[in-house]
Write a protein that binds this ligand. Structure first.
Ligand code: COA
Length: 203
């Protein structure tokens, strides 16, 4: 990137923050739980469980900044937190909301009752690159399928390559959307979250 382009981007970013204009490229992912869910093998010996209150406290204590805030939001919302443990140590977690697909600025879409929203996932740095996220997501998909859900969706920043690669390995289909937030206006989404919502002959 040239120096002048970098400077221009910096100025645009500064202007956005001053004026309250935000935009993001976000990938909307959808997993059809009726399709076969590929098995995942991690080099770590992992088990996945729903987090106990003690486990939630331990994770919260390890986090800071935005990660901590997002985690606390999950705790307050009553969502389900799944954790991956390696030899008893917490390696990562992922939250599941059984009702709506939300972002800080509001609800994106209202999903049918047999669909869920996976959000706020994190693998602690020492465990990254060992398929922990894939293993965790795989186990969550299997559990959700056993509970009778048919679709699981998620939102991922378009530049989050590891997250996209991991979910693509699990046959998640993505569509890139543009989100725009102007001051005093509701969040606008350009491009439709495809698949279930637009599928006419959904059975
Ligand atoms: C994203 C995150 C959860 C991934 O966890 P992880 O356990 O390291 O992920 P996995 O090992 O299961 O899978 C990562 C995949 O991305 C691939 N990958 C890693 N960096 C990559 C890059 N720069 N470009 C393309 N692929 C990449 C890996 O090769 C791996 O794919 P493979 O199994 O086919 O080789 C972890 O990096 C994290 O916690 N990040 C910070 C929080 C975050 O971004 N959360 C996700 C919000 S949606």
């Amino acid at each position: 990137m040239t120096k002048i382009w970098r400077k221009l981007r910096w100025v645009l970013g500064w202007l956005r923050r001053r004026t309250g204009v935000y935009s993001w490229r976000i990938c909307f992912g959808e997993k059809d739980l009726r399709e076969p869910i590929p098995e995942v093998h991690s080099p770590l010996d992992l088990e996945v469980v729903v987090a106990s209150p003690d486990c939630l406290r331990k994770i919260e204590a390890r986090l800071d900044g935005e990660d901590k805030q997002d985690f606390q939001d999950g705790m307050e919302s009553g969502d389900i937190c799944y954790v991956a443990k390696s030899n008893g140590e917490i390696a990562g977690y992922s939250w599941v909301n059984l009702q709506t697909i939300e972002m800080a600025f509001g609800t994106i879409v209202q999903y049918p009752p047999d669909a869920v929203y996976l959000h706020t996932s994190l693998v602690f740095p020492e465990a990254r690159g060992k398929k922990v996220f894939q293993y965790l997501s795989w186990k969550i998909y299997l559990d959700l399928e056993n509970r009778g859900y048919r679709y699981a969706c998620n939102l991922t920043f378009a530049d989050n390559a590891p997250s996209l690669a991991a979910r693509r390995n699990l046959n998640v289909k993505f569509k890139t959307l543009r989100f725009l937030k102007l001051p005093w206006m509701k969040l606008m989404v350009f491009g439709r979250p495809r698949f279930v919502l637009t599928r006419k002959n959904r059975d």
